[in-house]
Design a protein around this ligand. Structure first.
Ligand code: ADP
Length: 642
């Protein structure tokens, strides 16, 4: 029979697992048990949801056994099973494109591999760390033939139909032929220990079969008989009372469902009773999942109905911006045979989802408040949270209108007034006098933004400006328009106050910067403005006398409803070719000698050179790429030569 080849990505994954995970070999057992548990979940669902499976008698269990002399270990389940096509599809390829992208990233940065790979479910293939050969015997529920898949993890694999010796029931047996390193796991105590640590809360019973020996007085084995013990606690952890559970229990369960090797940052366990009855257990990881920014990320929340697993692949269970949350929703009110396709329209589920989002956002807020008033520990937790999840929360600002107020209190920015992160409420609490708006600058990296001449007048007036260097700020913040705060007033009513959010690189953001100039001085500079306007023609939308400049001669701003120049440039780079050419407004500093120097000249060549340099240098400091750098250099050199 011809051998089949693994998909290239599987070969890469196998190589990586064997070379970077060896310090954590024991997780192979967690992965095999977790696959067995998934297979049982899938079959259990069919037996309640589909007519054809309802008559199937099904006593779900996972069995582990080993033989030290034969150097084997097996993990067996009576779950959904696999037929020939399933075996090829599941154990010969990697379906998810996000996983493929992840693999590419891993190979490029080999040193970090072992760290990164922990975040990512390595699954079945991890068994090749401890086995020189694996045989998977499987029979699919509802079918009556067994197939065996076998491989040494190097030269592809075989799939064969078994004529005899197949499985009596549906399900899968994974038989490992242990290698040198794997031998230590052919041992009752190490298996029990690993199961207790990683798989104690798997919701199906796990049985371990071992030899119980009797010894004679010389210490020799007198007789030996097979014994089978249940080795996990086997209850759905989320259904147990909080008071019965330790932090260790919660952490172990998290690792089991997330494949993360690290403890979670925190968890929220909620039991709702009343009109709707459900349990949720949510976790926030310490590190953003590897596929956070992939379109086909794997959702982290599983749905159960009365403890029966329904789905772990429904992106609608959480809003997209909370896709980093891991955990379980278990409802008492949904019908067991709810079809996965119509879940999204189900009222019960919508209510549970809404309540869950509120609960999570409330929990994040508590974390933020504790960081302000609490000790180092709380501070560190919050900082970790924000460093990983600030960005998805900002996505929430334009995705989730209903929770916008809560989200506004969570997102953080950099600022000209303080080090580290700050929130909008903090900004407002630092405002002086009767400042009316919240100011921010966007459109470049932090260093460029902090050096922008646009900030000069704000600095001089001691007005704080938020430094928004994250690309997403440019998209999210303009859609926010204003920040609203509600505080309990003296007479028991809530008082609502609101501040406009204004970009300093826009026309209209300079109203609080004071008067332009006295009339006489303005009149004197008018002709210079006209000369510049004429010289620049349609390169600019307008030339104006600036209120924001102190030291620099010029700056550019965008008109109130135009996209910023940087944003337009970014969109064009992303392939938006029909993007109209937005023109900047050039603002000049009437007190600057370069500008004032134009009062007494009518030399058109010189005026054109000065105008060009004023515009191009303003574009340069804002990080905009010049269309004609040679022209800029030529003009500059002419001016320098006098
Ligand atoms: P993952 O579990 O993350 O999908 P794996 O590599 O562990 O990745 O498994 C690949 C696929 O093989 C699973 O998604 C499942 O379809 C199938 N599979 C693995 N083990 C079993 C099993 N014991 N019973 C049925 N199907 C299985």
């Amino acid at each position: 029979m011809a051998q089949r080849q693994f998909q290239t990505e599987v070969n890469q994954l196998l190589h990586l697992i064997i070379h970077s995970l060896y310090s954590n070999r024991e997780i192979f057992l967690r992965e095999l048990v977790s696959n067995a548990s998934d297979a049982l979940d899938k079959l259990k669902y069919l037996t309640v949801a589909e007519e054809a499976y309802k008559s199937l008698s099904f006593d779900p269990r996972i069995d582990i056994s080993f033989d030290k002399d034969a150097k084997t270990l097996s993990v067996s389940d009576n779950g959904i099973g696999m037929n020939e096509a399933d075996l090829v599809e599941s154990l010969g390829t990697i379906a998810r494109s996000g996983t493929r992208a992840f693999l590419e990233k891993l190979s490029a940065d080999a040193k970090k591999d072992s760290n990164l790979i922990g975040q990512f479910g390595v699954g079945f293939y991890s068994a090749f760390m401890v086995a020189e050969k694996i045989e998977v015997t499987s029979r699919k529920a509802g079918e009556d033939v067994s197939f065996v898949w076998s491989s040494n993890g190097q030269d592809g694999y075989d799939v064969e139909q078994l004529q005899s010796g197949g499985r009596d029931t549906q399900g899968t047996t994974v038989l490992l032929h242990l290698n040198e390193e794997g031998l230590e796991y052919a041992n009752r105590w190490s298996i029990e220990d690993i199961i207790k640590r990683y798989s104690n809360h798997v919701a199906f019973p796990i049985y371990l079969t071992y030899d119980e020996n009797e010894y004679d007085d010389k210490g020799k084995v007198k007789s030996s008989k097979k014994k089978t013990d249940k080795v996990n606690s086997g209850a759905a952890l989320w259904r147990r009372a909080k008071s019965e559970l330790t932090e260790g229990d919660y952490h172990e369960f998290y690792k089991q469902i997330s494949h993360d090797t690290d403890d979670p940052l925190f968890y929220v366990h909620t039991k709702a009773e009343g009109t709707l009855e459900y349990t949720t257990l949510f976790y926030v990881p310490k590190k953003a999942p590897f596929d956070l920014y992939n379109v086909d990320y794997k959702p982290g929340v599983k749905l159960y109905v009365k403890r029966v697993f329904i789905t772990d692949d429904d992106k609608e269970l959480m809003p997209t911006y909370l896709r980093f949350v891991r955990g379980v929703i278990d409802s008492e009110d949904l019908p067991l045979n709810v079809s996965r396709e119509i879940l999204q329209q189900n009222k019960v589920l919508i209510n549970i989802k809404n309540a869950s989002v509120k609960k999570l956002l409330g929990e994040f807020k508590t974390l933020a408040d504790k960081a302000l008033s609490g000790g180092e520990d709380a501070k560190e937790k919050w900082e970790t949270f924000i460093s990983q999840f600030n960005r998805p929360l900002k996505e929430g600002l334009y995705q989730d209108f209903a929770n916008r107020d809560a989200l506004q209190e969570l997102v953080r920015f950099k600022s000209t007034a303080v080090e580290g992160w700050t929130g909008l409420a903090d900004y407002v609490s630092r405002m002086k006098g009767d400042q009316k708006s919240i100011y921010y600058i966007t459109g470049g990296d932090e260093k460029t933004l902090r050096a922008s001449p646009l900030l000069e007048a704000y600095r001089a007036k001691d007005i704080e400006v938020l430094v928004m260097d994250d690309e997403i700020d440019d998209i999210v913040i303009p859609s926010l328009h204003s920040y609203r705060q509600e505080t309990p007033g003296a007479d028991g009513k809530t008082e609502s106050r609101s501040w406009d959010l204004k970009a300093v690189n826009r026309a209209g953001a300079d109203e609080e910067l004071g008067e332009k100039k006295d009339r006489a001085a303005e009149k004197e500079i008018r002709p210079v403005i006209e000369k510049l306007k004429k010289a620049l023609g349609d390169r600019v939308k307008e030339v104006k006398l600036s209120r924001r400049l102190h030291d620099s001669p010029s700056c550019i701003v965008a008109d109130e409803n135009d996209p910023s120049i940087q944003m337009a440039q970014m969109l064009r780079a992303m392939g938006q070719t029909e993007m109209p050419d937005v023109k900047p407004i050039l603002e000049v500093n009437g007190d600057h000698p370069i500008v004032a120097g134009l009062k007494n000249t009518e030399d058109q060549g010189r005026i054109a050179d000065v105008a060009g340099v004023l515009l191009d240098q303003a574009l340069l400091v804002e990080g905009v790429k010049l269309k004609d750098p040679a022209d800029f250099v030529k003009r500059l050199n002419r001016l320098l030569a006098g």
